[in-house]
Write a new protein. Sequence first.
Length: 287
Amino acid sequence: MPEGPHPYTGRSAVLATMHGKQRAVAPAFGQLIGLNVVATVGLDTDALGTFSGETPRRGPMLETAVAKARLGIEATGLRLAIASEGSFGPHPQIPFLPAGIELLVFVDADRDLVVHETMLAEQTNFAHLVAATGTPIDSFLAQVGFPQHALVVRPNAGNPAAALAKGIVERGDLDRAIAAAAAASADRCALIETDMRAHLNPTRMDTLARLSMQLAQRLAAQCPVCCAPGWGRVEVTRGLPCELCRLPTQVIAAEVFGCAACGHRASQPRRDGMVHAQAMHCDACNP
């Protein structure tokens, strides 16, 4: 592997954000590769999409995150940039539970390099409640961590912008917002939602901090062929043989590592040393 200082040590990268994400993102990059992360000032990243829906995201998460990072490069003149995108809804395997997908992207404009990592956020307060004025909501507020986590209130039916209130962290403001939204709603109800913007959602900030460590660790690893930062897992190979019948299963047999710069790839065995899958995971032995 390459020797000497990391190519990003002592340099600065712009973090394209208007929601204080630098508090979660910067420490990992500084600690692992000596990269200084600075947040944009006055850059309207909401133009690429908002959680509250006034501006829908126009493309896939990765495409939007890369566009956001490039806006940071244009705004500051720095050649390195970081940006994130998040999406929340039902858990992909357990639909009755909420979950989020967080994506963090790193762009090196000089190398034309794009490296990203994603994380399934199973710890999330993502939730909503439909309520009329005077409806008891204390149990919901406790569930979503209010007031440490902010809320969004809008009319439940009709024009959501008629009485949209975001970033609510005071009970009096919440009660007034519910009354205003219910009065503007066709069904006389308000829709109360968790505010998923990072600076108003400590749970999401925690996920971003863990994802930042994941991406920083990947950037710390350099390609064994071209030395570009970002050597990491790009896919997996399934087919670990069953412990009883030795037929291939859907269990991961190997990890494929790759370089986003030169395209070099290499397959590596499972890091836990497991060479056979349990029969419970075999379609032949456990149909």
